[in-house]
Design a protein around this ligand. Sequence first.
Ligand SMILES: Nc1ncnc2c1ncn2[C@@H]1O[C@H](COP(=O)(O)OP(=O)(O)OP(=O)(O)O)[C@@H](O)[C@H]1O
Ligand SMILES: [Mg+2]
Length: 271
Amino acid sequence: MEPRSLNPGRESQTREPGSALLSASNLRVTYGPVVAVDDLNLEVSEGSVVGLIGPNGAGKTTAIDALTGYHPLTAGRVLFKGAEITKMRPYRRARAGLGRTFQSVELFDDLTVEENLQVAADHLGIGRALGDLFLPIRGRSREGVEWALSLCDLGDVADRMPKELSAGQRKLAGVARALAQRPRLVLLDEPAAGLDTDESVELGKRLRTMPEAGVSVLIVDHDMSLVLGICDEIHVLDFGKSIAHGTPAQIRDNDDVISAYLGGERVGHVG
Ligand SMILES: Nc1ncnc2c1ncn2[C@@H]1O[C@H](COP(=O)(O)OP(=O)(O)OP(=O)(O)O)[C@@H](O)[C@H]1O
Ligand SMILES: [Mg+2]
């Protein structure tokens, strides 16, 4: 099933392709004495798929948490669509169009695929209702659910329970749950974890279609074939610091990345 329309309710906000949708500068995030993200600069342009990779504990999830407001910054600034969101609460960032998935969060087993998406869309609706106390609630959650199902090609399994889906479809349903809130940018934390190579390739093809439907993507994943295959540019973190930034070809051949991330193996051999 093909997406029925460009990101519903978001069309009027579309920026120039290539302009900075998300711009994070000098991010520093700490857990007590642990510096998990150290002076990170990162941009996601409108219409792009950007990768954020690095070894276990490099600070990838922490960076997503900081960008989406789930963990405070010790230093740095985040702009989204040109506006400062550095201190904005998570639900307000989500309302503004900054969506995310969580590492290792499963679907609700006792809800259908569609109900899983609806819960996410309604959850944001509650935020809208609170935030817009004296304004009409937009009530577009249904439209967002149908659009997300379509974009992830899950329309045919909308009434199924998660356990009836393939592993790849379950992962896509997790992505669709974030899309149901109609984000302009979605931050995906290891969407391919647990998938085999074929399933990961299918997921990658689907993710690569997101920008043309009006959703830019920041993806964190350990599957190098996936990240190298679908990203326009990639940032590499090691011990919280950016050690490389470039196109997939540049990252594949970067000596610092090869030694820090792979202990000397070639990047292209992983995944
Ligand atoms: N809640 C926490 N309290 C203390 N330290 C934490 C906490 N969460 C993460 N850390 C530490 O911060 C650093 C970055 O962790 P983070 O989870 O962001 O890494 P990651 O790159 O997402 O790793 P992975 O690939 O394993 O998911 C690690 O040293 C980790 O031990
Ligand atoms: Mg992580």
